[in-house]
Design a protein around this ligand. Structure first.
Ligand code: CP
Ligand code: NVA
Length: 310
């Protein structure tokens, strides 16, 4: 492993992904082989926002590996009373072996990583959700047997943490990503240009189009995320109206390849960004993605905690 923290995915190289996915396969197939791998190790998990999958998958991963996870919310810690992220990072580093953070401001994660002497993992920020994208690409590889040369179409709000991480991940793994979204809902242009640049070496292409059907042409996977992310609840009415024609329904799904899979990070807002019959479709991979969060993160924890680079 050549990285200490997982904050965006930019810190990961293709060989790191190979190592991570190989270990994930082992962990998923033979979990009992790793039952004591992190005995005595502790993960601190800071949650500024709610979570079902991230909390349960990280906590369960630590339990399965013989370690322990501590759930920390600002409400119950001194973070909520003004203690700085820097002081928190320095103190936690004296107790635990890794820190996972779900935060509003991505900058807080960068500070956490810079000030912690132990590995720091992004469990979602306003900018990225790298653990989600890793589990998603692991799932896509399971379904298709390969990643390089595939096309993923992302339809809906492209300015999300999940879309950004899928762009970074696609660039590393050779998966082209076409984002179909309305004006004003495109991914951060810097992420798009970084992915395009990196994609030159992996053959992946990254585009942003205003037409959902065009984004879906030739897609091996169709992905969407909620139209109002956590913290954007006040904008819900406007977002519903702006994004209405970018709903993933069977008419749109049918325009992807006949064997295309449907993907979503969950939670889904059924009837908004996606219809019931697509989430529950025979080619929907949503539950496999959710399950793979557990296996991929277990592998990540093992690699980061056991092969500390500093
Ligand atoms: N996909 C995801 O991160 O889900 P949670 O918000 O439930 O953790
Ligand atoms: N974009 C969504 C992802 C949830 C896992 C959000 O930030 O709420």
């Amino acid at each position: 492993m050549t990285f200490k923290d997982l904050i965006t995915l930019k810190e990961i190289a293709a060989h790191d992904v190979d190592e991570l996915f190989h270990l994930t396969e082992e962990l998923k197939a033979r979990p009992w082989m790793f039952s004591g791998a992190l005995t005595g190790k502790t993960l601190a998990m800071i949650f500024e926002k709610p979570s079902t999958r991230t909390r349960v998958s990280f906590e369960t991963a630590m339990t399965r590996l013989g370690g322990h996870a501590i759930y920390l919310s600002p409400k119950d810690t001194q973070l909520g009373r003004g203690e700085t992220v820097t002081d928190t990072a320095r103190v936690l580093s004296r107790y635990v072996d890794a820190v996972m953070g779900r935060v509003f401001d991505h900058g807080d994660l960068e500070t956490l990583a810079a000030e912690s002497s132990v590995p720091v993992i992004n469990g979602l920020s306003d900018y990225g959700h790298p653990c989600q994208a890793l589990a998603d690409y692991y799932t896509l590889r399971e379904k298709k047997g390969r990643l390089a040369g595939l096309k993923l179409s992302y339809v809906g709000d492209g300015k999300t943490n999940v879309c950004h991480s899928l762009l970074y991940g696609g660039a590393i793994m050779g998966v082209s990503v076409a984002v179909g979204c309305p004006e004003g809902y495109g991914p951060d242009p810097e992420v798009l240009s970084y992915a395009s640049e990196l994609g030159r070496s992996t053959g992946a292409r990254f585009t942003e189009v205003r037409d959902a059907a065009k984004a879906v042409e030739g897609a091996d996977a169709m992905y969407t995320d909620v139209w109002s992310s956590m913290g954007q609840e006040d904008e819900k009415k406007k977002r519903l109206s702006d994004l209405g024609s970018f709903q993933v329904n069977t008419a749109l799904f049918d325009q992807a390849k006949p064997d295309a899979i449907f993907m979503h990070c969950l939670p889904a807002h059924r009837g908004e960004e996606v219809t019931d019959n697509v989430v529950d479709h025979a080619r929907s991979a949503v539950l496999d993605e959710a399950e793979n969060r557990l296996h991929v993160q277990a592998a990540l924890l093992l690699l980061l905690i056991r092969s500390r680079v500093r």
